[in-house]
Every structure is written in structure tokens, then in C-alpha cells.
Design a protein around this ligand. Structure first.
Ligand code: ATP
Length: 914
């Protein structure tokens, strides 16, 4: 029977029983497909990925570049100049419009491609069973018939017919718009049903919120329901960020302002009795001069370069605005496990009420021993609590140990992996455990529940027909369910809670992660699952078997990164589900808690937080650095409290329940390796290495991006203001125009590309992480920068006016005098560019060659200036003429003088700043 090929033929699969589906898909419900089958089906059905949206064609995209008020002004100017018979001018202006469109098109395409590339870095992984083995594969490699395992936090990787479910709830809002999760089952449905009602199907792109399940792939890639929607809608992409939107608004206001000023210039000229055509040309010159044509492109490019730099440092930006926000981060709230620590767990000790045991060997290789207090290998038969603790840790466990090319790895949760390995070291390997304790039911682990429980048939029981519940989880939580502990004779005795908590606190105080294990034999014959296998069955009945303590060393880079954040005025707060002792110890090791500071209020637990009222809560949150045993809902409250206090918060998260906090935070940061798909979906940034140091690096890059944008704006505005004012002055004083519209366009276009854009490549300034974060409401241009912009504008106006008049007085022709003025503008801008490389430090201190793009740009610009001055064809087009060496000398002198003034201004302001 042929297997399914299109959604129309998969549509009926929900009406079949699981058995019929298995037959239809020619697969095995337990062992999955064979590798051979998977290869064949891949060749036949292709990758499980959506085709990239074709988007608009190049012509439409170029046409889109013209939709800008500033461009309308230029087109109008070109049309009017043509009507006035100034064909060359008109052609130049049209040329500029075209170049602008092409450059805009190329930039947009590149930026989009870069973002697209980044998206593919955050690959979705799927867990499948092939050839009877559980494996993690990229979701693109799934084929119809694959047996997929789902658990809370996963994104469904393809359309699946469910064949097994445990309390499986799926958020299908991506597909159906329904925001409340739906519960799933695996029974056949009668008759035709709409997608939203197919309870035995899980659709690609939807998110598992609770429970677990297994399903068979029925459709992949474009054949899925998501693929269908994708085809209909196309992927809408946007490069907009709050900053670009703000700038777009700014340029609209600017356009209106410029038009008003141009009209005013025209009116004044005409009233003064000047030639109408000439005045008109002047008004147009003013309009094109005052428009900062390069600004939108520079912003997009600077952001895109920032994104690429962050990606190189392993932080993938999922939403462009995050680049801006990152630079202003004032608080980083971070997980402990896996972010500040390595998430490479090894059980090093087991505590039981009867004694302590040490476990030797590091890592996931099951090589080592369990020693008793006399350093002898512990015999499990004489230590029943130890035996049941190890069995509990290994059987109440969803992780898998695999050996690959001689290296042992764990697929699944590292905490569970560590417990598997510990049991294996005592001879209780996965095979032994599975035979002795076949599992019948599961209460899965969740951060709220803080424990996991499983029900097993107990082949080791006296009549080998008993059942046993095994539990592992957070010490306080498991202990709250226990009434007994297992004593040296293997008999339940009343538990001594004080002794257990003291032992846990002592182990946690050493920075060890501590989990409790417990058991409960239940009456009933093998294979019979009690109907009430839930928390009620466990409550106050469990028998504590022991505590397992594991090391999870801090990441090597964590202390340095925490110190760097502190130096940068950014508060770092650890928010963890772990024990307060473990959290405090690790916080001390990475420098989050200063030993010399009073500890009062620096460490808070979830229980303490819950007891605080609104105002107290906010104050306590501000003061504390470590939050232990915190629930995901409290994370959301923490972010909101910090935001109410005016903070820009970056918050990490990995679980399903972290999604609301990630969305709420200014920057939601998800873990690329250990995080769930739900968390990645909600995040603005994904760390491909889960490392805290990467967040610090991303903040540093974010600051660099913001700096570079400010530098570009501070650099470009004086040219525009200067040009506008020179024209205005000429009209008001009834003098000849020192620069013509086409020349202005030359200056604006060439300097923006050759000079201004080079600032986007500017390396981050030294000390970027030793200054306090930018205030969230600080404008791009501070008052002192605005003052500098006006200073440079005035220098340009005064310098070019004086030079122009001087040249004329020396007997130069109008084209010669104008050429001198154009070269002056460019040279002052080129010198000023070096000053703009740092907003506060002197240009000399930066090192001339630290941004080699700048040298390339300046050289290119100078070649251009020689061309426009000396190449006859260019002279014709731009109304320029060759100028003398003396004129160059005057240009150079004025440019140097202007630079000195700027340098002095910078120095004086720096003095004030101190
Ligand atoms: P962080 O929030 O820094 O990632 P965490 O892993 O300790 O730390 P949670 O995942 O919320 O946070 O876990 C809370 C507690 O539940 C843990 O401290 C541990 O005691 C217990 N726990 C963690 N994983 C499991 C598991 N797989 N099974 C049973 N209990 C677990």
C-alpha cells in the first residue's frame, strides 16, 4: 500500500485506529522506521522544511524603494529642473534617486538574507525512535512514518497522528488561533472533523504545553497544515524597529520642515526681485541638501552589522529591536543551571539516614564506584536505602545513556543523566533497571511540581507481582510527601525531617545540587495501574530512600562575565528553581554575592517572595541578587516589578512556563541547547551555547551598535544643516549660490557611502563596559552632541562662505569658487569623521588604523574629489572646474582649523563631564 503523499490523503488518518495508521504508514509503532527506510523516504519526500517564501520580485522591491517622502521631494525637484530646461541637473537628480533605490534594494536584500540565515541557526530538534533507538535529529530530517516522541516544551516538528499520550496538552494557536491549549488523545475519530477538533493529531508548529506523547509522522514540510497556511499567507518579514520607526517619523517631519524652509527661501528671493528660475534652483538646492539621504540605510546597516557580530559571539537575535534594547540593559536575570553552571552533572555522594556514600568518577562514563564510609565498595544488599535511592534515581528517569565513538553522552535532562550514571556505577545499569522495574505510569516532572513519580511492576518483590512507586525531586517537596524513611533493615521507620533537611542544607552549602528519592510499595498485582496514581496516592505515605548530591561546576567564563556586568553598571540576578543553599554557594563562586557585604536581603526564596506585598516586593527584588526555589509565575512578577522601577530587563528562560516572563522582559533570552522550543519562540535572543558570558557579550555589542548609530547621526547632520544654511544665507544676502543642487547631491551621496557608512564598522570603544547603562529615555543625540552638531554646521557655513567669497575676490570663476566650496565641505566632513569615531575621546587616541574601512573610504572619497575637480566630463555634469594649488591650501587650512575647534570643544566638554 502506498504511503501518504498529500494533506488530502492524510486528512482521513484521524478516522483510522492507531493500528490501521501503522499499516498505512508501513512503520513499526515501537521500533520506528529503519535507517534504510528513512533514507529512502527522504529521497522520495524531501526535507521536512517549508519552502522559503518567494516574496516580491526584484522590480517590485526596487519600486518599493521610491516610496519615501524624501524621494518624492527629489523626484519633484528633478521634474521641475527638467521643466526649466536644466537637463543635466535633472538627470543628476534622477540618477541620485535611482542610485538610492538600488543601494536601498541591495541593503534590504542583504539584511533580510542575514536575518534568514540567523533563523536557520536556531534549528528545531526532534526526538525520534529509529531502528528501536531513541535519537535526537534536526527536524528537517523527519520523514513520513517516523515515530516521534513529544514532551512538554517541544514544538511539534511535523504533522503527527498520535499513538500514545500522557496528559498531552497542545497550544495550537499558531494554527487555529485558539489560545487555550487543547487536550489530545489517541483514539480514532468518527467522520470528518475540522483541524481544531482532531484530538488525535498534533500539527507541525504547535507547542506542547504539558504532558508527553508519541506520534507517527503523516506529513512533512509543505504538505503539513502549517505548510498550507504558509503557502497562503507567505512569510511577512519586517526590518522595522522602534528606532527605525522613530527615524521614519523624524524624516517625515523633516521633509515638511524642509519644504517650508525651501518655500520661504523662494519667497524671500522673489520678493527681493531675484531671478525666479535661479531662486527656484536655490530652493531645490536647499531641499536636497537638507535631506539626510543616507540615514535610513545607515541605521539598517548598523543594526545588521550588530546582528552579525552578535551571532559570531553566539547570540542569535530573533527580533531586530533587541539589538537596540540590549545596549540599554540595566538588569540581567539569569537561570543558574546551565547558564552560570556547566549543566554537566555528576553524582558525587548519596546520603541515606543510615550513612553517607561517595561516588567516584566524573562525567557521564559509567566508570567509578560507590564507596561506603570505610572506603569499601558498598554492597547494595546490606544498604537497602542506598539501593532504592539508586534504583529510584535510575528508574524514575527519562534520560538515555549512549556511547558514541568511545564517549558517553546523555540524551535528555543532565540531572537525570547523572542519576542514571550513578546507578550504573553500582551495577544498576539501564538494562538491569528496566528488567527489574518495568514502568507502567508516569507523573512527569515540571518546575511547579518539582518532582517526578513513576509506577513500576516490581520483579524484585517477594512474590514478584507487587508494584512500586518511585519518586525523585526537590528535597523539600519530596520530604513534604514522606512520612517514613527506609532504615538499615529495609523497613519503613518515621522520618526525621530535621536530620534530612540539615543534611540537604549541608550538601547544598557546598554548591552541590541535591535531589531526594523516595519509594512506596503499592498492593496490587503486576501490570495493574491503580486508578488513583496521582499526588493523593503519594501524600504523606512516601518512604524517603536518600539524597543524591551532584556537582555542576560554574562555567569558566561566568565569574569574569558577572564582574564585567557589574563594572558596566548592570545588576545581575540569579533566579533558580534550585535549593537556596546550592544557589547561594554557586552565586558566591561566580561573584554574584560579595562575601564582605551584609547578606541581609541579598538572598530570597520563593516562599519569602510570596509573603511580600506590592511595595515591599519591589524593594526586596531590587536589593536581592539570588532568588531560589522560584516558580515560573514569580519570574513574571519579578520582571514586572523591575520594569516598574524603570529597569530594562534581560531575562533568561528555558521551560514552557518561562514564556510569559520572556515575552514580558525587554529582552527575552532563550537557551539554544537546553531550552524548549516554546521558550525560543517567545524569546528575542537565543544563546547558541547557553552561556551567561554570551549575554554579557551581546550587551557589549548592543552598546556598540547604539554608539555607532549616534556617531553616524552626529556626523551626518552638520552637512545637511550646513548646506541648507549656506543656500538660505545666499538668498537672504542676494549672493550667488556657493554650491549647486547637483553638487550638494554629490556631497551627500558620496560622503554617506564612502565616509559615513564606515562608522558602522567602527570597533567598540575601549571602556564601553565600564560606563553606566544608557538611561532608557535618553535621546539619540544628547544636548552636548546637539551642540557639537550645531558647532560643526556653523563652521561649515562660515568656512565655505568665506572661502567662496575669497576665491571670487581672487578672480576665480563661479564654477572654480563652487568647486573649492564643495571640496571644503567634503574635507571638513572627512576630518570630522575621525573625530566622530569616539564621542568623547580624542581622535588621536584611537589609533589611525584601528578601523581600516575608514582609510579605504577616505581614500575613495579623495579620488572622487579629484575626479569631480579635474575630469572634464564630471566638470560638465556637476558645473565644476579645476582649481589651483593655492585654493587647495586654503581648503586644507580651513578644514584643519575647523577640526582644531572641534577637538578643543570635545576636550572642554570632557573636562566638564569629569
Ligand atoms: P534553574 O532554574 O537555574 O534552571 P533548576 O534546574 O534547579 O534551576 P527547575 O528546573 O525549576 O530549576 O527545577 C526545580 C527543582 O526540581 C530542582 O532544583 C531539582 O531539585 C528538581 N528537579 C530538577 N529536574 C528534575 C527532574 N528531572 N526530576 C525530578 N526533579 C527534578
Amino acid at each position: 500500500m502506498p504511503i501518504i503523499t498529500s494533506p488530502s490523503s492524510t486528512a482521513a488518518l484521524h478516522e483510522l485506529t492507531s493500528y490501521e495508521v501503522v499499516l498505512r504508514l508501513e512503520t513499526d509503532p515501537h521500533r520506528g522506521l529503519t535507517d534504510q527506510q528513512a533514507v529512502e523516504r527522504m529521497a522520495r519526500f524531501g526535507h521536512n522544511s517549508l519552502p522559503t517564501a518567494e516574496g516580491a520580485g526584484p522590480v517590485v522591491r526596487i519600486a518599493r524603494q521610491f516610496r519615501h517622502p524624501l524621494i518624492y521631494v527629489l523626484i519633484a525637484a528633478a521634474a521641475i529642473t527638467a521643466a526649466l530646461g536644466e537637463y543635466v541637473d535633472s538627470a543628476v537628480i534622477f540618477g541620485v534617486v535611482l542610485i538610492n533605490a538600488v543601494v536601498g534594494f541591495i541593503q534590504e536584500t542583504k539584511a533580510e538574507a542575514a536575518l534568514e540565515g540567523l533563523r536557520s541557526m536556531v534549528r528545531t530538534q526532534a526526538t525520534v525512535v529509529r531502528d528501536g533507538q531513541r535519537r535526537t535529529v534536526p527536524s528537517e530530517e523527519l520523514v513520513p512514518g517516523d515515530l516521534v516522541l513529544l514532551e512538554a516544551g517541544d514544538k511539534v516538528p511535523a504533522d503527527l497522528r498520535l499513538v500514545g499520550v500522557t496528559e498531552l496538552w497542545v497550544d495550537e494557536s499558531a494554527l487555529t488561533g485558539e489560545s487555550a491549549p487543547t487536550v489530545k488523545d489517541d483514539g480514532a475519530l468518527a467522520g470528518p472533523t475540522v483541524v481544531a477538533d482532531r484530538h488525535n493529531m498534533a500539527y507541525s508548529g504547535t507547542l506542547i504545553t504539558t504532558g508527553s506523547g508519541t506520534g507517527l509522522v503523516v506529513a512533512t514540510g509543505a504538505e503539513t497544515e502549517l505548510g498550507e497556511i504558509h503557502r497562503l499567507v507567505g512569510a511577512a518579514k519586517t526590518l522595522d524597529t522602534p528606532l527605525t520607526t522613530k527615524l521614519a517619523g523624524f524624516s517625515r517631519i523633516l521633509t515638511v520642515g524642509i519644504l517650508v524652509l525651501a518655500a520661504l527661501t523662494f519667497g524671500v528671493g522673489v520678493l527681493r526681485g531675484q531671478d525666479v528660475a535661479e531662486t527656484f534652483t536655490a530652493a531645490i538646492a536647499l531641499a536636497v541638501g537638507a535631506i539626510p539621504e543616507g540615514l535610513p540605510a545607515a541605521v539598517t546597516i548598523t543594526l545588521a552589522i550588530g546582528v552579525a557580530r552578535m551571532a559570531r559571539r553566539r547570540a542569535v537575535i530573533r527580533r531586530l529591536p533587541a539589538v537596540e534594547t540590549l545596549g540599554g540593559t540595566t538588569v540581567i536575570c539569569t537561570d543558574k543551571t546551565g547558564t552560570l553552571t556547566q549543566n554537566q552533572m555528576t553524582v558525587t555522594g548519596v546520603w541515606t539516614p543510615e550513612g553517607r556514600f561517595a561516588v567516584t568518577g566524573l562525567g557521564y562514563a559509567p566508570e567509578g564506584f560507590v564507596h561506603d564510609a570505610h572506603d569499601n565498595v558498598a554492597a547494595l544488599d546490606s544498604h537497602p536505602a542506598l539501593r532504592w535511592s539508586l534504583l529510584g534515581g535510575a528508574a524514575c528517569n527519562d534520560a538515555v545513556m549512549i556511547e558514541h565513538e568511545g564517549r558517553w553522552q546523555v540524551v535528555g535532562d543532565p540531572t537525570e543523566g547523572a542519576m542514571l550514571v550513578a546507578a550504573a556505577k553500582a551495577g544498576l545499569g539501564p538494562g538491569v533497571v528496566a528488567r527489574a522495574l518495568p514502568r507502567h505510569a508516569t507523573i512527569p516532572f515540571s518546575s511547579e511540581r518539582q518532582y517526578m513519580a513513576t509506577l513500576h511492576g516490581d520483579a524484585t518483590s517477594a512474590d514478584s507481582s507487587g508494584q512500586v512507586v518511585l519518586v525523585k525531586g526537590a528535597v523539600e517537596r519530596v520530604l513534604s510527601l514522606c512520612a517514613f524513611h527506609l532504615n538499615g533493615e529495609g523497613v519503613a521507620a518515621p522520618v526525621n525531617r530535621v536530620a534530612v533537611l540539615a543534611a540537604a542544607a549541608e550538601l547544598a552549602g557546598q554548591g552541590l545540587r541535591v535531589l531526594a528519592t523516595a519509594m512506596l510499595p503499592v498492593a496490587g498485582s503486576n501490570d495493574v495501574v491503580p486508578a488513583d496514581f496521582d499526588e493523593e496516592l503519594l501524600s504523606n505515605r512516601l518512604i524517603l530512600t536518600g539524597l543524591q548530591a551532584m556537582v555542576d561546576p560554574p562555567r569558566a567564563a561566568a565569574p569574569g562575565a558577572v564582574a564585567a556586568c557589574h563594572a558596566a553598571g548592570i545588576a545581575v540576578k540569579m533566579i533558580t528553581g534550585d535549593h537556596v543553599g546550592t544557589a547561594t554557594a554557586i552565586a558566591g563562586q561566580v561573584g554574584l554575592l560579595d562575601r564582605h557585604e551584609p547578606a541581609e536581603g541579598r538572598v530570597l526564596t520563593g516562599t519569602e517572595l510570596a509573603a511580600l506585598s506590592g511595595a515591599e516586593f519591589a524593594a526586596a527584588v531590587e536589593r536581592a541578587s539570588v532568588f531560589a526555589r522560584v516558580s515560573p509565575e514569580q519570574k513574571l512578577r519579578l520582571v514586572e516589578a523591575l520594569q516598574d522601577r524603570g529597569h530594562v530587563v534581560a531575562m533568561t528562560g528555558d521551560g514552557v512556563n518561562d514564556a510569559p516572563a520572556l515575552r514580558q522582559a525587554g529582552i527575552g533570552v532563550a537557551m539554544g541547547l537546553g531550552g524548549t522550543e516554546v521558550a525560543k519562540d517567545a524569546a528575542d535572543m537565543v544563546l547558541t551555547d547557553d552561556d551567561f558570558a554570551t549575554i554579557e557579550a551581546a550587551v557589549e555589542e548592543g552598546r556598540g551598535v547604539f554608539d555607532n548609530l549616534t556617531k553616524f547621526i552626529a556626523w551626518t547632520l552638520p552637512t545637511n544643516i550646513g548646506e541648507g544654511l549656506v543656500i538660505f544665507a545666499a538668498i537672504v544676502f542676494g549672493a550667488a549660490l556657493p554650491i549647486l543642487p547637483t553638487q550638494i547631491l554629490w556631497i551627500n551621496m558620496t560622503t554617506a557611502v564612502a565616509l559615513g557608512l564606515m562608522l558602522a564598522f567602527e570597533p567598540k570603544e575601549a571602556g564601553i563596559m565600564t560606563r553606566p547603562p544608557r538611561a532608557p529615555d535618553r535621546p539619540l543625540l544628547t544636548r552636548s552632541l546637539m551642540a557639537r552638531v550645531l558647532l560643526v554646521s556653523s563652521l561649515l557655513v562660515a568656512g565655505s562662505w568665506w572661502l567662496f567669497q575669497w576665491e571670487l575676490a581672487e578672480g576665480a570663476s563661479l564654477p572654480e569658487a563652487r568647486t573649492a566650496a564643495v571640496n571644503l565641505f567634503v574635507l571638513v566632513e572627512a576630518f570630522y569623521l575621525f573625530s566622530c569615531r569616539s564621542l568623547t575621546r580624542s581622535a588621536w587616541r584611537l589609533g589611525f588604523f584601528s578601523n581600516r574601512w575608514l582609510i579605504v573610504g577616505v581614500t575613495g572619497q579623495l579620488v572622487g574629489q579629484l575626479a569631480i575637480t579635474y575630469v572634464p566630463a564630471m566638470n560638465t555634469v556637476f558645473d565644476t572646474a579645476p582649481i589651483s594649488g593655492d585654493a587647495w591650501l586654503r581648503i586644507l587650512l580651513i578644514a584643519v582649523a575647523a577640526s582644531l575647534v572641534v577637538a578643543v570643544d570635545k576636550r572642554v566638554r570632557r573636562g566638564h563631564a569629569r
